[in-house]
Design a protein around this ligand. Structure first.
Ligand code: ADP
Ligand code: MG
Length: 685
């Protein structure tokens, strides 16, 4: 396949140019063809004016003229180069500053230029600023039409890329098979592959461009959806599901013995899960609930249900601290009723670990709690029926599958997350996934009061921490960094810890917690904190997810401006877990109105879903939800927030396609015809 050849197979691309292309992630001819121009960055050269026709209103326009003279000048502030151009209808002065002067000075009189720029009136000639020029050589008609503007790197020029892509397009015209089923092209009214490729680079018209884009956006999302369906059909539906019985005596007792009554939202979630588990079809459910909404107890019930039915289950947490905490909570809720809970961590002694794994394989352990350590090959269950992952946005598709594959049957899968996932993303990343949403919190807890202070209040804030400790409470101080950094100007946990130990907190038991400590050290510290031996925990965001110490009533976040809203909300969720009034203080050295306004949003809202939306608005989807983070290929042209409708359409198409064996086989062949290998990775797992 010619499109898999390296770029150097194109004439004019040597090692140097290839290196520049590599900086754009372009290695093959196919990559080159998939280097789509940025949206809205095409220039319409089909509407070229002469100088007389230019409106002098400061708008950006395009005209053709001949170089008359080139001069350097100085306007009292800056040096500039002015290129005077003319045609039969008049003169124009094109101004260049800084680095652009270098190019401009090389223009020779009588060269014909195509110029875009902002046009204003002048005394004798029109004035052109922010100009881009293209030297027109013999093939003027090449320049006419709608031309692409590409992302560049190194010494690459637009002209380079245009020429190479044209060469590649010529190959495509000779031989490039269609990559979507004919039925779908027809149903969705999409242009064929070759003309779409031609039109996305060198559009015949704006209409043709928009249709070409539509096709590639669809194709990308369609492949993704097909991949997810394929993946699911291979990894799950191939195996038989397991059926759990209706809730029995043991579950009723466990629920009765809980230290609280379940909220209506919790009851509903439990009903959803319970019914799913009773169905032979494997459960595939995500439990979304804001921080502190009480998800853990729901998972406890599900794990108990598996045990009640004589099966094993496991729950995987993203950090060791969390795993330990779950282990403790689950032991408290379940052990008195004969459910055998065990903890598997990375730092276990070999002998201990061997014993545990043996018991697991013999079916002596009912519920296994752990971190990524659960994924290891030698962790084998006798009869696994339920897999729970907590705070799942940290786990990828593959990791979840690995866990679910530890059973001959397709186990029920429950994913718990406090990160609200927009519906479209849920569809994209998880394919068809049922959602239980728990809004609100258990009663009896006062909302956390959030305060936002700049530097000068720092001492008062620390004095406030001391007061809380004197009142018998505990506090977190969260910093963005572990140790001081030369690049980032932010307070580090080590630094803050040292400083406070010598000043405000001299007489207070404090500890420093961060991700670089060993597992056992972290455990000991968390242990001490939850037993209230340690009063103040200076920490990084390792405590972000799930940690539950109800006696902690104050959180101070240093350099709060460095965190996203959703993350701050997660952090804030560590306090306000008991009945006492809790506080979250956001400290920032910045007094920029934007920063303060952003932090105000957090002060005024306690709704994680609302905050996540705000975060999306402010930071864009890419930052928050990297596709790679989910073990999925990056999207090149589709945008999961913008292209919602196409996602739904692509999903419907994919679902009906998978039902037709012949068409589905054809589709799998099409995946191999893609210009790059991005999608093969989901089809290969
Ligand atoms: P998250 O959803 O963030 O994982 P947790 O499961 O850690 O929340 O629960 C937060 C706190 O709320 C825990 O201390 C838990 O014991 C308590 N809790 C959970 N459900 C209820 C309830 N129905 N009534 C009162 N407290 C509850
Ligand atoms: Mg939790």
């Amino acid at each position: 396949m010619w499109w898999k050849e390296p770029v150097t197979s194109i004439r004019g691309i040597g090692n140097k140019k290839a290196a520049d292309l590599a900086a754009l992630n372009i290695y093959t001819v196919g990559d080159l063809l998939e280097h789509y121009p940025r949206q809205d960055s095409y220039t319409d050269f089909s509407k070229v004016k002469n100088i007389g026709e230019l409106a002098t209103d400061g708008s950006k326009q395009l005209f053709k003229a001949t170089v008359y003279q080139v001069k350097d000048g100085f306007n009292g502030r800056r040096r500039y180069t002015v290129v005077t151009v003319r045609d039969e209808t008049g003169y124009a002065n094109v101004y260049f500053f800084m680095g652009q002067r270098f190019m401009a000075r090389k223009y020779k009189p009588d060269t014909t230029l195509l110029i875009t720029g902002r046009i204003k009136g002048g005394r004798a000639a029109k004035m052109v600023s922010e100009a881009t020029c293209i030297v027109i050589e013999n093939d003027f008609e090449q320049a006419l039409g709608i031309l692409p503007n590409y992302h560049l790197a190194g010494n690459l020029t637009q002209k380079n890329l245009q020429a190479w892509i044209k060469t590649a397009l010529a190959k495509a015209e000779q031989e490039l098979p269609e990559s979507l089923p004919a039925s779908i092209i027809k149903k969705c009214n999409l242009p064929d592959r070759v003309s779409a490729l031609k039109n996305i680079h060198f559009p015949q018209s704006w209409q043709a461009l928009s249709e070409a884009r539509k096709r590639f956006i669809f194709e990308e999302l369609f492949l993704l959806q097909c991949g997810l369906l394929y993946y699911r059909s291979k990894n799950q539906e191939a195996r038989q599901g397991l059926k759990h019985g209706v809730d029995g005596e043991k579950l009723r007792e466990i629920i009765k013995a809980l230290p609280f009554e379940l909220t209506p939202a919790q009851k509903q979630a439990w009903l959803d899960i319970s019914l799913d588990m009773q169905d032979v079809k494997p459960m595939h459910r995500i439990l979304q609930g804001d921080v502190g909404s009480g998800k853990t107890v729901i998972s406890a019930l599900a794990l108990a249900k598996a045990a009640e039915n004589g099966y094993q289950s496991c729950i995987m947490a993203p950090t060791e601290i969390l795993a330990v905490q779950h282990y403790e909570t689950l032991s408290e809720y379940l052990a008195p009723f004969g459910v055998r809970v065990a903890l598997l961590t990375g730092g276990m002694r070999a002998k201990e670990r061997r014993n545990l794994l043996e018991e697991l394989e013999l079916g002596i352990i009912d519920v296994l709690v752990g971190t990524h350590a659960l994924l290891q090959e030698d962790v084998r269950f006798a009869k696994l029926s339920l897999v729970v992952t907590d705070e799942q946005h940290r786990f990828g598709v593959e990791q979840r599958a690995k866990l679910a594959n530890k059973s001959d049957y397709a186990p029920d899968v429950l994913i718990m997350t406090a990160t609200p996932i927009p519906r479209t993303l849920a569809l994209t990343v998880y394919g068809d996934l049922d959602v239980s949403l728990m809004k609100g919190r258990p009663p009896g807890r006062k909302p956390v009061q959030t305060l936002c202070y700049t530097e000068e209040k720092r001492n008062e804030v620390y004095a406030g921490v001391v007061r809380q400790v004197e009142a018998g409470r505990q506090a977190y101080i969260v910093c963005p960094l572990i140790e001081n950094s030369e690049v980032l100007n932010a307070r580090s946990a080590e630094n803050v810890y040292d400083e406070l130990m010598q000043s405000h907190f001299k007489n207070i038991p404090c500890a420093l917690l961060h991700g670089r400590l060993k597992g056992a050290e972290k455990d000991a510290i968390m242990e001490g904190f939850s037993r209230s031996e340690i009063k103040v925990l200076v920490s990084t965001t390792v405590i972000e997810v799930g940690v539950n110490v109800p006696n902690a009533t104050l959180m101070v976040v240093e350099n709060a401006e460095r965190f996203g809203l959703a993350q701050l909300h997660q952090l804030r969720g560590r306090v306000g877990r008991g009945s006492e009034q809790s506080y979250c203080v956001l400290l920032t050295p910045s007094d920029s109105p934007e920063t303060l306004a952003r932090l105000q949003v957090l002060r005024d809202s306690d709704d994680g879903f609302y905050l996540a939306e705000k975060d999306l608005e402010q930071r864009g989807a890419g930052q928050l939800f990297g596709m790679r983070q989910h073990g999925l290929p990056d999207l090149r042209i589709a945008d999961i927030l913008r292209d919602t409708e196409v996602i739904v359409q692509a999903r419907n198409m994919a679902q009906s396609l998978i039902k037709n064996e012949a068409e589905w086989q054809e589709m799998l062949e099409f995946v191999k015809l893609q210009l790059d290998d991005r999608f093969q990775m989901i089809f290969n797992v």
